[in-house]
Design a protein around this ligand. Sequence first.
Ligand code: ADP
Ligand code: MG
Length: 465
Amino acid sequence: MSSAATPDDLTRSLLDALKLLVSQRKFDLWFSGLRVVSRRADGLELAVQNPFHHEWIRTYYMDVLQRAVEDVVGTEQPFSLLVEDPPPEAVPSPTVRVAPVAAVPTPDPAADFRSRNTSYFQQHSDVMLNQKYTSDNFVVGPSNQLAHAAAMAVAEAPAGSYNPLFLHGNVGLGKTHLLQAICHKAMDSGRALKVLYLSSETFVNQFIAAIEQGDLSRFRYKYRSVDLLLIDDIHLLANKERTQDEFFHTFNTLYNDQRQIVLSSDSPPSEIPTLRERLISRFKWGLVAEIATPGYETRQAILRRKARDRAIELPEEVLDFLAEKMSKNIRELEGAVTKVFGYSQLTGRTIDLDLAREALGHSGNDSHNRVMGVDRILEVVCKHYGVRVTDLNGRRRTQSIVLPRQVAMYLTRRHTPLSLMEIGARFGGRDHSTVLYAVSKIEERMSSAAKFAQLITEFEARLQR
Ligand code: ADP
Ligand code: MG
């Protein structure tokens, strides 16, 4: 399509392309309100009618959308997806008007600090904070009470009582959420604070890059000059001795300068394999708090909250059913709400117990309990990706091997009774955190790419046969 095409032309072409990629029903439901807002040098700007469509498309249809964009503009082209501004008549007009107190706006020092803190954060972090990961949105129960209270204390008074704060727990239980809630709260606390939040991966990668470029001093300055350093998933430093040593020095500098350190991990300090003893002992200096799997009542409270936030009406019996069934972690609970709601939209039925059963049945949840053999999993995965079993067990880390290896680990985790350690051993003597990492990578990918999620479902279907 020529670059002179107007947004309306592009919208028509894009919708036509989408019609060829999804069924009429799905098209009507999810894409009929999609529109091209603008085409700029850096990509297309698309918009949908409401936040729900936005979330649903982002979860299940990003790759379809990417294909359609490619079909229309001829090449791979980045695009962004926004929610339309509400039409003017939908904006409620204020009923009470407050007269301005003074003509000159009074400066708001808190806002000033907030914007300074935010700008520091944005310049130095490679991630955006998730706006939903605030303490207001965190449901507190017996499983996470201590971790939450400590996190809030740290955000209010960095380097006070709990330094370092070390949070640990299984995947999907709220570690990242709490770490980011600390960032939000600290940056909002009405004073200047340099806050740096990053994943261990980023720390490792930047360290390696700094060594390669012979520029360690800048790297050190960056990490050693902050007020609050939060590192997510610190267990990923296992087996990385040099980075551990570097982190040890970073830790000491910050600690001695009375700066706050917050760490998260999938296991307590002493159970992180190959972590140096001196780091283990330092991690225990402050407070080590576990985030445990939420009990039934907390799961109910979380479901209630997630449904309310998204204005979804969940009858009590459905809520109980979901709380009962989704007991592993909180990400799973969220996924269940999305599925049930989406299914009710798709079928036009109101949400009741039958519908919830059907919606979850779709994802083959019952089948998760079925035991199958690792050999069969390996066979199915290797065949699909055209790799050999020995490749999966080997040490190669090219993407063509890493992805099938992670998929096979994921399926083994979900469909066999093997422990993480046993799975690691089965896949060329890897440790449990590698398996956990693989599982979370695959879950992440499934939730962002519909096609990939479908592929995994197909594998599971094949495994049932
Ligand atoms: P982790 O980092 O431990 O793997 P996350 O922080 O990514 O887990 O949490 C997974 C999902 O569950 C996120 O969407 C998060 O917002 C949600 N979540 C976790 N704990 C809670 C909680 N206590 N209340 C509300 N939502 C939660
Ligand atoms: Mg996390």
